[in-house]
Design a protein around this ligand. Structure first.
Ligand SMILES: *Cc1c(COP(=O)(O)O)cnc(C)c1O
Length: 473
């Protein structure tokens, strides 16, 4: 491709991008294709001769776009948001153009130093302890794995990396509602999923600290080695908030690593009025949150903070000859901060987003989402055929069909049907969870461009669908 061709195609694509952002609301939120439909439209072998950009871009529009679920549609209420925003997209264009591989300071000093400074900005924006250090990871799964590997290495006096695990059964504790990434990390770290102790939750789906203390004591009695507690601030099912002050007392008493998984909810810490969620935070050893969820920064950007920086680096540092530089003692080489060697220049999009929004506008958006969530929660509470299933402290509303004349099984079928009808309408996209064996619909209000109008629309849609269901049954 000549530079001239690149310039022409790039302008066309940027125009398409702006049109997409303007018109995304006209598209069905959830892709409506069947399994295999997209692949069937793609040639089974690659082209021998190069093709023109026009042809490729036309196929993108014709073949690829129908199989896209529109995460940037304001009526995307599924999972947790995977938000983007205009400054984030612009930064990603530059990141791709520079094509920097930011493994060490030397490979692009700006990438390393901007990342360092963004971590300081987060500490200031979110009132995090000043003695923590942070780095950008791919996702919360990587960050939690990072915490487990560091704790595993530290408890062994930094011998596990060399000798393998010699401790008898290192035990990690989290609530029944914790994210599956903790199970995965246990498997990868060689600790074994069976050594992840799932602690019962209370009626708000938050970890019960009395049960936690009991489990730890029982393990000690049985000669096992408690290692870490993962506290969830905002579980994926219901955004339950584990009681950090009580958990911190327990981890302090037993000298355990306390890791906080605040993948979604961490963003709300930019609001002083939401910091009650992490009271006792300074006693934690590490925390992860994902700007790529709720902070308008497109995937991937997870931020991992750790108190004991030396332990982290002792766990991950490898210094092959070809990566040694004379600046090593003065600079941050992020290759030593996690599993991958190569790293994308992800700090740039955080810089663009935080500067272009400014802290005030970020706060304003998060406050709006929290307000809309309270409003939607009240609406559910007052809706005769629907029942609220969990507290709404953040931006996730869990509800189901309710009707005293029907059995649980019948109501589960109706809730599932309602969810399918909403998603098939193309007007909104919601997902579900199971709570105490109830099929539960989750509605998350966190998309970058969601407004009260979109919430009114989803209320209207749900009312109509519930009414027609009630009428039919
Ligand atoms: C989304 C989520 C994760 C996983 O995040 P990734 O960045 O996709 O790895 C982990 N924990 C919680 C609580 C989450 O909500």
């Amino acid at each position: 491709m000549t530079n001239e061709h690149f310039r022409k195609s790039a302008h066309e694509i940027v125009d398409w991008m702006a049109d997409y952002m303007e018109n995304v609301e006209q598209l069905p939120v959830k892709s409506q294709v069947e399994p295999g439909e997209i692949k069937a439209k793609l040639p089974s072998t690659p082209p021998q001769a190069g093709e023109e950009m026009d042809a490729i871009f036309n196929d993108f529009k014709k073949i690829i776009m129908p199989g896209i679920t529109h995460w940037q549609h304001p009526s995307f209420h599924a999972y947790f948001p995977g938000n983007s925003s205009k400054p984030s997209v612009l930064a990603e264009m530059l990141t791709a153009t520079l094509g920097v591989q930011a493994m060490i300071w030397n490979t692009s000093p700006s990438a390393a130093e901007l990342e360092e400074q963004m971590m300081e900005w987060f500490k200031s924006m979110m009132a995090l302890p000043s003695n923590w250090t942070g780095s950008i990871q791919n996702g919360a799964s990587d960050s939690t794995l990072n915490a487990i590997l560091t704790a595993r290495e530290k408890i062994s006096g930094f011998t596990t990396n060399k000798e393998g695990i010699t401790h008898n059964k290192l035990r990690v504790y989290c609530s029944e509602q914790a994210h599956s990434s903790v199970d995965k990390a246990m498997a990868i770290a060689g600790l074994g999923k069976n050594n992840l102790v799932k602690i019962a939750v209370d009626e708000t789906f938050a970890l019960n600290p009395i049960e936690l203390e009991k489990s730890i004591q029982q393990d000690v009695t049985n000669g096992l080695t408690p290692l870490m507690v993962v506290a969830a601030i905002g579980t994926t099912g219901t955004t339950a908030i584990d009681p950090l002050p009580k958990i911190a007392l327990i981890t302090e008493k037993h000298k355990l690593w306390l890791h906080i998984d605040a993948a979604l909810a961490g963003t709300a810490l930019i609001l002083p009025e939401m910091r009650w969620m992490v009271q006792g935070l300074e006693k934690a050893d590490s925390l992860v949150f994902n700007p790529h969820k709720w902070m308008f920064t497109n995937f991937d950007a997870s931020v991992y903070f750790v108190k004991d920086k030396a332990a982290l680096i002792n766990t991950f540092a490898e210094s092959p000859e070809y990566l040694k530089t004379k600046e090593d003692s003065q600079v941050t080489n992020y290759r030593d901060w996690g599993v991958p060697l190569g790293r994308r220049f992800r700090a740039l999009k955080l810089w663009f987003v935080i500067r272009n929004f400014g802290v005030e506008k970020l706060q304003k958006k998060i406050r709006l989402h929290l307000q809309l969530s309270q409003n939607f929660k009240k609406w559910i509470e007052e809706f005769p055929q629907l029942e609220l299933m969990a507290p709404v402290d953040l931006n996730t509303i869990c509800f189901r069909f309710a009707d005293l004349s029907k059995t649980k099984e019948e109501l589960n079928v109706l809730s599932e049907q309602l969810l399918e009808q909403i998603n098939d309408s193309g007007k909104a996209y919601l997902t579900h969870t199971k709570l105490n064996d109830w099929f539960t619909i989750r509605l998350v209000i966190g998309q970058t461009n969601v407004t009260s109008t979109h919430i009114s629309n989803i209320k209207k849609l749900i009312s109509e669908l519930v009414e027609s269901t009630v009428f039919q049954t």
